[in-house]
Write a protein of this length. Structure first.
Length: 381
């Protein structure tokens, strides 16, 4: 859904030029490996269709989604692309894969059975990927299950395995010993299938550029400008910018309490700008300045008016939140103006941190009341 920007309380601007520039940067980091794009969860909230269209035009050939319905949207937008589906394979869904050309990623023995029996019915070898678990204990075949599958000639005749993949649990920490251990287990698994393309890296491992690329990287968050690695400066360009419209600016006195729960008591006479975005829009209540449990330990989310940083005031409500504009001269800001909740000045990861979470959750949770705009702005976003 895309609300009319004259009527909407918030507007979300997605810079496709920044997205493409991030993809090129990640492809360069991956060296000779292919750089696939992860576009699950509506391309991390940025919109599957415009994101896939822009990346396919830039040369991206392979996409990953979580669910088959997301995959159908990818195939509709970029019919000649390859699209792998991460979240398993159910028998009732399998025919849709066949008819649309989606590639299932088989990560359990029952999933292999589903694809195998369909292949026997069609009398062909059906294309797929195999997912092995190298230590995350989420989805994927154990090394033993993979060994059994590979040893089953009748089965392997019916599988056209295009990719063997695994997933790292700790790739956001540079050089984490668990990642190095998982890489060794994956190499062992790879030796069972000598001529098959390999993929292990998400954005974090892609950016670590430390022998994780194999034949294909699968980057998600870094494409969209989020932090993939802890404790380093984020090299990616900002892709998403969220702005909110001021409904009214009100005066309140030192000692007054503000908002639900009277959670914040003003320390000075203040002017507070209330904007038309709240937790119903995915601007999470946990990012409030006061009156939520985690606020004892972390600072609240800020906003910006131009380059002036605005402090959040009180609790974030369902459809509204307030920011302190006391230091901006009265004739310079008024109802109807837009302030930035994240984008060029306020980093999405800082807002996510304020809410006790990560930019992945913040982006994928953005609501559907925003007016969405797609732009192509080169240079600094
Ligand atoms: C989501 C996901 C990715 C992408 O991860 P990012 O950290 O966003 O780059 C890659 N592989 C798998 C299996 C995933 O589930």
């Amino acid at each position: 859904m895309s609300a009319n920007s004259d009527l909407a309380g918030g507007r979300l601007t997605i810079n496709l030029a920044a997205l493409v520039s991030n993809w090129r940067y990640l492809a360069k980091q991956a060296g000779s490996a292919e750089c696939a794009a992860v576009v699950k969860a509506n391309a991390y909230g940025c919109g599957i269709e415009p994101v896939v269209e822009a990346l396919a035009a830039a040369g991206c050939k392979t996409f990953f989604v979580a669910l088959p319905e997301e995959g159908l949207r990818v195939k509709k937008t970029a019919p000649s692309s390859r699209c792998f589906v991460l979240n398993g394979l159910f028998e009732d869904a399998a025919p849709y894969y066949l008819s649309s050309g989606l590639l299932p990623i088989l990560g359990s023995v029952p999933e292999i059975d589903v694809w195998h029996s369909l292949a026997r019915k069609t009398g062909t070898a059906l294309p797929c990927a195999l997912h092995m678990d190298s230590g995350m204990n989420r989805l994927g075949l154990t090394l033993q299950e993979l060994e059994n599958a590979v040893g089953d000639q009748q089965l392997m005749q019916h599988l056209d395995v295009q990719l063997l993949m695994t997933h790292y649990a700790c790739a956001d920490d540079i050089g984490h010993p668990k990642t190095l251990m998982q890489r060794e287990v994956f190499k062992q698994a790879a030796s069972l299938l000598p001529d098959i393309a390999l993929s292990a890296a998400n954005s974090g491992a892609n950016l670590q550029n430390d022998g994780h690329a194999f034949d294909m990287v699968r980057s998600g968050i870094a494409l969209y400008g989020g932090e993939a690695l802890n404790n380093i400066a984020n090299p990616m360009r900002q892709v998403a910018k969220l702005e909110a419209r001021i409904v009214q600016i009100r005066n309140a006195n030192a000692g007054d309490s503000v908002g639900y729960g009277g959670a914040e008591t003003l320390k000075r006479d203040s002017r507070i700008a209330y904007v038309s975005v709240g937790y119903a829009d995915g601007y999470q209540r946990g990012a409030s300045n006061m009156g939520v449990p985690m606020r004892a330990i972390a600072p609240a989310a800020n906003a910006a008016y131009g380059t002036t940083i605005l402090k959040g005031v009180g609790r974030i409500s369902m459809d509204l939140c307030g920011f302190d504009v006391t230091d901006i001269p009265e004739d310079e800001i008024s109802a109807g103006d837009w302030i930035e909740l994240f984008g060029d000045v306020i980093h999405i990861d800082d807002v996510a941190r304020a809410a006790g979470t990560i930019s992945y959750e913040f982006l994928t949770g953005l609501g559907n009341r925003y007016a969405r705009r797609y732009v192509n702005i080169d240079g600094q976003s």
